[in-house]
Ligand binder design. Structure first.
Ligand code: ZN
Length: 293
């Protein structure tokens, strides 16, 4: 079986109330990403944050994050497209990626495309109520075609994100039409927390994704994360089925195993991979596997 790619999802919009080791500032993000690289990660996914943890959406903070990550290690960079710019036009949502790609010092390696639309209101199960009732993550086909074009034109690698089987079908169609080149990379977002849009973070939830994939022909590499929940439970299955692992404090605090750092989580996955006979991929391996030039 091929080498295992470990991506560190280092912060998303996680706060520090449970696990204080979530990096926020560009300096913290860069130090954390370098530690993850040391532990076996080859990709760092991050969201720009302000000093107090609030989201940052300006291109400068993203650029500063990438500049510092690149200065601290050779880990591949994967900034978000901006979750809370939900209602912004597609040009704005992908704007910082295009801008950063123009400068080699701030050029991201990956840019994400969530290939569908879904409700993302948080459901507070204990209280049997929804926190909000009108949040839609909207990604029209036209928006996705725009993202695909812009990301491709600036030579950044498309990073497909699938929340459920409908997203996967749309992603496969984008590959089939040539909008997204192959070999492609696709993340399955399992959701065990308050967001109900993904499959559960269980073997059954992951298996449903895998059962729908076309026969493996090398044109698609897949990974899984668990937004709002523990990914370690399905990690052996991911490793065994030939997938890749995307894990970090952005998704979950891992309180029950002592609030580890991102690097400690990555090291744990790397150990599991090696024990199962899969080597851990370096950034150069990833470039080669995904034909990133
Ligand atoms: Zn993210």
């Amino acid at each position: 079986m091929g080498k295992l790619i470990i991506e560190a999802r280092i912060n998303e919009y996680a706060m520090r109330d449970v696990n204080p080791q979530v990096p926020w500032t560009p300096a913290e993000i860069a130090a954390d990403a370098a530690a993850c690289r040391e532990a076996g990660a080859s990709i760092a996914h991050f969201h720009a944050r302000q000093d107090d943890g609030r989201p940052a959406h300006d291109a400068e903070t993203y650029a500063e994050g990438i500049r510092r990550i690149k200065a601290a290690s050779d880990i591949l960079t994967h900034p978000t497209l901006g979750f809370v710019t939900l209602d912004a036009p597609p040009e704005t949502r992908v704007g910082h990626v295009v801008e950063m790609a123009a400068n080699p010092e701030t050029r991201p390696d990956f840019a994400p495309m969530d290939t569908g639309s879904t409700n993302i209101d948080r459901y507070l199960r204990d209280e049997k109520r929804f926190h909000t009732t009108d949040l839609i993550y909207r990604n029209s086909t036209g928006t996705l075609q725009h993202f695909a074009r812009e990301i491709g034109q600036v030579g950044v690698k498309h990073y497909l994100v699938s929340w459920n089987i409908g997203f996967t079908r749309q992603a496969l169609a984008l590959m089939e039409t040539g909008a997204v080149p192959t070999p492609a990379f696709m993340l399955f977002v399992l959701t065990d927390g308050e967001v109900l849009a993904g499959h559960p973070g269980t073997p059954e939830g992951l298996r449903a994704h895998l059962d729908m994939l076309p026969p493996a022909d090398g044109s698609l590499h897949w990974a899984a994360c668990n937004f709002g929940g523990d990914l370690l439970g399905v990690t052996p299955m991911i490793i065994e089925r030939g997938g890749h692992v995307s894990i970090g404090l952005g998704d979950y605090h891992y309180d029950e195993i002592g609030r580890p750092s991102n690097a400690e989580l990555v090291a744990r996955v790397a150990d599991m991979a090696r024990a199962a006979g899969r080597e851990v991929a370096t950034p150069d391996d990833v470039r080669e596997m995904l034909a990133m030039g």
